[in-house]
Design a protein around this ligand. Structure first.
Ligand code: FES
Length: 378
């Protein structure tokens, strides 16, 4: 169609004028730019191929060693690579939850035969192996830390998924990483009594409304509802915020939960035997965040001591007759004073020192603290 139209002098005058297609000099410049772009692109590809060639040459000069995986598979790799790097380079599935940073021990291997020629484990590797009770056994090593200089045979203690396709199927969207996160457990009180007095579907309806009100408060304050366990919820703060902000967000969320649950109680009125009540536990610390689960199903969550402590604090709200129990660390990290909040100390399993806590009779009382830092931030 364009070919036919271009035969007309009017069309040519309209579409091929200097304003539309530029001068001959401009067209020549454009052609030169297009040529340069093409040459540069090809040059970059050539450079990458050349660099790979140089790397292969340098690695060959350093020498090659054999790694035998104990299942008949043997690869030849350059000296200097860690066993885990070698597995990755040759697409051999190898468990490595922490990504090779000596933080997990899932890449552990058992050396078959003599271990005396292997480099000594570093302090970090020794620490991890001691932690998992393998410190006294020279045959157990971390594949991500071991850089053998001679042939070595081993087998993986935690075999990864056996085929590359299944491994990639499980490839987590969020591989594990360490991060300071504030965990908040919120639990609905009296749900058993509720279930006894209401029809099952009505109970589910009310629990859903309760969890929605809690989630709404969490999201409004910058947190993330993470897991629902029955009538309870784990919310995380600090997945993309500083520890101070995370602590402040959690405190503010606790105050807002009170507001949302008050509104819900008003809405439910006489349809529930008694107003909905709740308990909240808040604690923060370094945890591992990432996807956990099976090949078919993974969930993003946080794992670590501080998550368990937050759950315990939520439980303590019953014994301490209050709505919120938060650790002193939360207030300290938020750079806030505890003011008149009662202080208690509780022993925590695995800790020498008891944990210092503050109790809050009514979660709404935290709105005064939240207002303080809102003013400070303004
Ligand atoms: S990959 Fe985690 S310790 Fe080696």
């Amino acid at each position: 169609m364009i070919e036919r139209a271009s035969a007309s002098p009017e069309w040519r005058a309209d579409n091929l004028s200097v304003e539309k297609v530029g001068t001959a000099a401009q067209q020549a410049l454009l052609c030169r730019i297009a040529d340069w772009a093409q040459y540069s692109y090809l040059g970059l590809i050539g450079l990458a191929i050349f660099a790979r060639g140089i790397r292969a040459l340098v690695e060959r000069r350093r020498g090659l060693i054999r790694l035998s995986y104990g299942n008949g598979k043997t690869i030849r790799v350059p000296v200097g690579l860690s066993v885990l790097e070698a597995s990755t380079r040759f697409n051999i599935p190898h468990s490595s939850v922490c990504g090779g940073r000596a933080r997990c021990s899932t890449c552990r291997i058992r050396i078959i035969g003599d271990c005396s020629a292997l480099p000594e484990p570093s302090n970090r590797e020794t620490f991890v192996l001691d932690r998992v009770g393998a410190g006294g056994d020279p045959a157990i090593r971390l594949a991500c830390q071991l850089r053998p200089k001679c042939d070595v045979a081993f087998f993986q203690i935690f075999p990864a998924y056996t085929s590359v396709s299944s491994a990639s199927k499980f490839a987590p969207v969020h591989p594990g990483k360490e991060r300071y996160v504030v965990s908040m457990f919120v639990d609905m009180r009296g749900s058993t009594k509720l279930a006894e007095q209401l029809l099952p579907f009505d109970t589910v309806f009310i629990i859903n409304r309760f969890l929605t009100a809690v989630s709404q408060a969490v999201v409004e304050c910058g947190g993330q509802p993470n897991q629902f366990v029955g009538d309870g919820q784990l919310a995380l703060f600090g997945l993309s915020a500083t520890p101070q902000t995370a602590c402040r967000q959690a405190i503010e969320a606790a105050a807002r939960i009170a507001v949302h649950i008050d509104a819900l109680n008003e809405f439910l009125g006489d349809n529930v035997p008694e107003p909905l009540r709740f308990g909240i536990g808040i604690h923060g610390g370094e945890v591992i965040i990432g996807d956990i689960g099976s090949q078919e199903h993974t969930v993003f969550t946080a794992l670590g001591d501080s998550v368990n402590v937050a759950a315990r604090l939520q439980d303590l709200t019953k014994a301490l007759s209050c709505e919120v129990v938060l650790s002193q660390d939360i207030l300290k990290t938020a750079a806030l004073s505890a003011g008149d909040l009662p202080r208690v100390e509780v022993p925590i399993r695995g800790r020498v020192e008891p944990l210092v806590l503050h109790t809050v009779t009514k979660a709404g009382m935290l709105s005064a603290i939240a207002a303080d830092f809102a003013v400070a931030a303004a």
